[in-house]
Design a protein. Structure first.
Length: 382
């Protein structure tokens, strides 16, 4: 006999927006909040951040469309989360490393990956997963939480090199904080004082599991205390606030003051406005009014209003940016779709020396290609 009662499914998360204790710089109307300061970003840098956000939103729309047409594989949308992604990458220096998840398209692009490369890997081409020589970003992680100790290990490795002033920033979701990897990564980083910035993009849902069912604590950030690292809770829909707290964490990771610990845990509070992925139907597990208090928290509109208030952006410039964004994405899609590769490359780099099994599979594929020609494979893909 079971003594365990299945919990009733929760159809509404209890999140409110913005949380009272989260760091904010901008009000939703785009004005600076009392006592808040504009971070040390030039007008030009702010415009670049804005363009990056507009690009991210359009990439999301275009990628969703491409997936619906069968032109790319399953896609994880980021609507509502772009502000946090772009701002954390803006806070990194080029030599710092980004360790992203499957939802961090904008974070990767803002740290230097091209949208063409991102589309290439979303189309299944191995080339899109390669870590380029000139961009310090790892490919996306699909297993939840595994990147946390790995990012920490990368950062720990840097401390053993000379010079070692490089930080590693690692993204993960609220669901990842329920994995052992999250706790091991934080603990190790703290004990060995490793230059890592752990960013939990708390979008309130881990597919159908709401935040309240994920943890019995009120917040994620309070877990930082258990590991003796600094914890900061920030409004993830306020790009300037996210930039400010992340930049401070990056500085501390690389140049800690006397007695200061290098790692930081940032809880970036936001809401997943769309589906978990293009294979998900959120109406199956969350009510229509869930997250409605997040709806006027659009990170792009928030920064846009600020830039208009400050006279940094006007309609002409906004139109110019919108046109540039369309051109950039059209070119990225054309180039990604023109990718050609040899399918046998999927057998390379699995092991240093291919196993007998892999050799057999490669020989099978060669045989099929000889008998049927490559066009037969293209037809299967259509
Ligand atoms: C180790 C592991 N367990 C389960 C899954 C299946 N899975 C894919 S996404 C997901 C939810 C992740 O939620 P969260 O960490 O909050 O990130 P989000 O997708 O909301 O950004 C799960 C359980 C997985 N990918 N890896």
């Amino acid at each position: 006999m079971s003594t365990y009662d299945e919990p009733e499914p929760t159809h509404r998360s209890e999140s409110t927006s913005p949380p009272d204790d989260a760091v904010q710089v901008l009000d939703t109307d785009g004005t600076l909040l009392p006592g808040a300061q504009r971070p040390a970003l030039t007008d030009q840098a702010l415009l670049e951040m804005y363009e990056e956000l507009v690009l991210a939103r359009r990439f999301d729309e275009r990628a969703t469309g491409l997936q619906r047409q069968g032109r790319i594989d399953t896609y994880a949308p980021m609507r509502g989360q772009e502000g946090s992604q772009v701002a954390t990458s803006f806070a990194l220096d080029d030599e710092d490393w980004l360790v992203p998840t499957y939802r961090d398209h904008a974070a990767k692009h803002a740290h230097g990956r091209s949208y063409e490369a991102l589309l290439t890997h979303l189309s299944g081409y191995r080339e899109g997963y390669a870590v380029p020589d000139d961009v310090n970003a790892l490919p996306e992680y699909i297993p939840i939480g595994t990147q946390v100790p790995q990012a920490m290990g990368l950062a720990w490795g840097f401390t053993m090199q000379d010079p070692h002033d490089r930080a590693v920033l690692c993204h993960f979701g609220d669901g990842a904080t329920s994995t052992g990897d999250f706790h091991e990564g934080l603990n190790f980083a703290s004990v060995y004082d490793v230059p890592t910035i752990f960013v939990c993009n708390n979008n309130q849902w881990a597919i159908s599991t709401p935040f309240e069912a994920q943890t019995a604590t009120e917040t994620i950030v309070e877990k930082a205390d258990a590991y003796g690292v600094e914890g900061v809770r920030v409004d993830g829909t306020d790009p300037l606030a996210v930039y400010a707290v992340t930049r401070a964490a990056v500085e501390k990771a690389k140049h800690p003051a006397e007695g200061e610990r290098r790692p930081t845990l940032i809880e970036s509070c936001q809401y997943r406005l769309g589906a978990h992925s293009t294979a998900d139907d959120p109406s199956a597990y969350r009510s229509e009014d869930d997250g409605e208090d997040w709806e006027d928290q659009d990170p792009i509109e928030r920064l846009e209003r600020y830039l208009y208030h400050e006279g940094i952006l006007d309609d002409d410039l906004a139109d110019e940016i919108a046109d540039r964004v369309e051109d950039c994405l059209a070119t990225a899609i054309d180039r990604a779709e023109a990718t050609e590769t040899d399918p046998t490359r999927m057998f390379e780099h699995v092991y240093e020396e291919p196993t007998d099994r892999l050799r057999e599979q490669l020989a099978d594929l060669d045989g099929l290609r000889e008998r049927h020609g490559d066009d037969a494979f293209a037809e299967v893909g259509e």
